[in-house]
Design a binder for this molecule. Structure first.
Ligand SMILES: [Zn+2]
Ligand SMILES: [Zn+2]
Length: 166
């Protein structure tokens, strides 16, 4: 289920985004991230967890989870990351199934990796770094960066690679 497809589609990203896939043990402090009133998990806790893991291992870490995530000021989020940090997370909870899930997952992963590497949101609605508040906005945007973001991504990434060994 989620983990199989996660690993499978993360593989698709490897050509452009050097990544390694791994299924980890359940996040130990998952309970602390759970908000009973909202029946959702706080994305910040996940990002912190992935960032800690990343710093320990000297990599950048993008977590993939099946639970519904929220962050302050949003009803839900598809993902979250530390801009220019080390870790981030995406949730497949609201991304549907099958081919739709695959395409959306790649977009969300590229988006959050873009944030981890240091990119912020882009005004271009077709750019993968455009903020999507709804699934239709997410579907409307492309799977890759616009020309400006791609250039910036390349520059930021080469700077990061020296330091982090991704
Ligand atoms: Zn974003
Ligand atoms: Zn852009």
């Amino acid at each position: 289920m989620p983990y199989d497809s996660a690993a499978e589609y993360m593989n698709l990203l490897q050509e452009n985004l050097p990544m390694e896939n791994r299924v980890t043990k359940p996040v130990p402090d998952l309970k602390q991230m759970y908000d009973k009133k909202r029946d959702q998990y706080n994305a910040r806790g996940y990002v912190r967890h992935c960032s800690r893991m990343a710093r320990k291992e000297g990599h950048l870490v993008l977590g993939v989870t099946g639970v519904d995530l929220f962050s302050a000021g949003h009803n839900f989020v598809f993902g979250s990351a530390q801009v220019g940090g080390h870790g981030g997370v995406i949730s497949i909870y609201r991304l549907g199934e099958g081919k739709l899930l695959e395409g959306r997952m790649i977009k969300e992963a590229v988006h959050e990796i873009g944030h981890i590497v240091g990119l912020t949101h882009c005004d271009d609605p077709l750019c993968v770094m455009h903020f999507s508040n709804t699934i239709s906005e997410a579907d409307n945007k492309g799977t890759w960066f616009c020309a400006d973001c791609e250039k910036e991504y390349g520059e930021l990434k080469s700077g990061r690679l020296d330091k982090t060994n991704v």
